[in-house]
Design a binder for this molecule. Structure first.
Ligand code: PLP
Length: 448
């Protein structure tokens, strides 16, 4: 078969990455540190110790370029990694474009997205330090599914606060989490002070990631036997996701192509960082001109419309202050179907690189993303997660622009997950019932 028609680029298990890539080692200037909200001094490891195991705290602040992946974690990865890189020939043909479109497919993981890439090491490091119970939040249900799965692998009891709108939109995500042996509670809930305060102000609250994070943090802070686990935003989470880009780099070499543009959807930023950071090194060194494009929802546009300032990571204001692009921690995202993109902030590391000019960002409304997702489904045969459809929209727009400019653009995007639990969203789109929600910056935010 000639290279031009090869569709799938598969690495053998022996090529599974041995290390995580830490972009902190290659930054032209360090990212601003997290601050204590009271003193506004950089926080030390002791501030995070009640929440996370020591090894994850070390990774959070590490400047080492390569961090070894423990063998039990690599063993668990082998169930679904290396994940495939696929040339989207069907989509290319339908677009009649000279562009070559590749996607890295993370939907092959047991939970159906990239999230197990960090759930597995997080469960492992917690277990190694004697933790037996984890609490977390989930937006779309993908992260909760991933942590429930990883918890089952390493003998950890898992409790998940699931944003209420997703709990209702995606009942089978809840079933998935319960089938893995974890418990799941719709958020805001009456189980925590943070949840009760939100419900008192708005009994109909559809919830948000920021609120669910506050609930999970409160449980972790008030129970000695429980640590907290976060599915995005923090450095150690982004770090774990770099297995994606390391593999994709090798697979692009197999394909004999160098990406002109690398695309990922961005909620808290972890799947985008995962595909982008290992490939960004060459750009940081001035040896490449590859563009890196983060795509977010028009109704929750933290990178494209948010301010770059210190803010809390959660709604109740319990986290350290993070320097990030933010819509304000009081921002209530509209109940769009891409539940995993409904977060008021963007990872500090991504925000920093965006400020330095190494990244681009774009925002799309949900109907145009579903249109792209359906086009992708009909040409490639895979039904994408609503979050991932944002990356597909951008990839299609890049390919159409390449056609207009008669340019052989090489496009690589991360298909962060499948949408098999999101069929209610597709039903609504196909019935013409989806509304596009405009961004409303006037919503009350706690200024810091
Ligand atoms: C399939 C999928 N893609 C993307 C995201 C966005 O998260 P992040 O920006 O951390 O990758 C999520 C979050 O739940 C998700 O489930």
């Amino acid at each position: 078969m000639s290279q031009a028609t090869q569709r799938r680029y598969q690495l053998p298990e022996s090529e599974l990455p041995t290390h995580y890539y830490n972009i902190a080692a290659d930054l032209p200037e360090p990212a601003p540190p997290p601050l204590h909200p009271g003193t506004r001094e950089p926080i030390g490891p002791e501030a995070l110790a009640p929440l996370f195991p020591m090894e994850l705290i070390r990774q959070e602040v590490s400047a080492e370029r390569l961090i070894p992946i423990p063998e039990p974690v690599r063993d668990a990865y082998r169930v679904y990694r290396p994940s495939p890189l696929i040339r989207a020939l069907g989509l290319e043909r339908s677009l009649n474009t000279p562009a070559r479109i590749y996607y890295k497919y993370e939907g092959v993981s047991p939970a159906g997205s990239h999230k197990p890439n960090t759930a597995i090491p997080q469960a492992f490091y917690n277990r190694a330090e004697g933790v037996t119970r984890l609490v977390t939040e989930t937006g779309a249900g993908q992260w909760g599914s991933a942590l429930a799965y990883a918890g089952a692998q390493f003998g950890i009891e898992t409790k998940v606060f699931m944003v209420r709108v997703s709990y209702e939109q995606k009942p089978y995500r809840r079933s998935f989490i319960q089938t893995m042996g974890a418990t799941v509670t719709p958020s805001p809930s009456a189980e925590t002070n943070a949840g009760r305060a939100i419900l008192a102000a708005d009994p109909e609250s559809s919830g948000s990631l920021g609120i669910a994070i506050s609930e999970a943090l409160e449980v972790a802070a008030t129970r000695d036997d429980t640590k907290y686990s976060l599915g995005s935003v923090l450095n150690h989470v982004l770090l774990h996701q770099t297995v994606i880009g390391q593999e994709a780099g090798k697979q692009m070499e197999m394909a004999g192509d160098v990406p002109d543009v690398v695309i990922g959807c961005a909620g808290g930023g972890s799947n985008f960082a995962g595909i982008a950071f290992p490939l960004l090194t060459e750009r940081l060194n001035g040896r490449s001109r590859t563009r890196f494009l983060a795509v977010e929802p028009a109704s929750c546009p933290s990178l494209t419309r948010g301010e770059y300032r210190y803010d809390f990571g959660d709604t109740a204001g319990t986290t350290p202050l993070l320097k990030m692009h933010t819509l304000g921690n009081g921002f209530r995202p509209a109940p769009i179907h891409a539940g995993g993109l409904r977060y008021h902030g963007m990872a500090p590391m991504i925000s920093h690189l965006y400020e330095l000019g190494f990244l681009e960002a774009r925002a799309y409304a949900q109907n145009t993303c579903f249109e792209a997702a359906v086009q992708f489904a009909r040409t490639e045969g895979l039904i994408p997660a609503p979050e991932s459809s944002h990356a597909i929209r951008a990839a299609i727009d890049e390919a159409v622009e390449a056609r207009q400019m008669n340019e052989e653009r090489v496009i690589l995007f991360n298909l962060s997950g499948h949408g098999f639990f999101d069929m209610a969203a597709y039903d609504a789109y196909l019935a013409g019932d989806l509304t596009d929600v405009a961004f409303e910056p006037q919503q009350e935010a706690v200024a810091v």
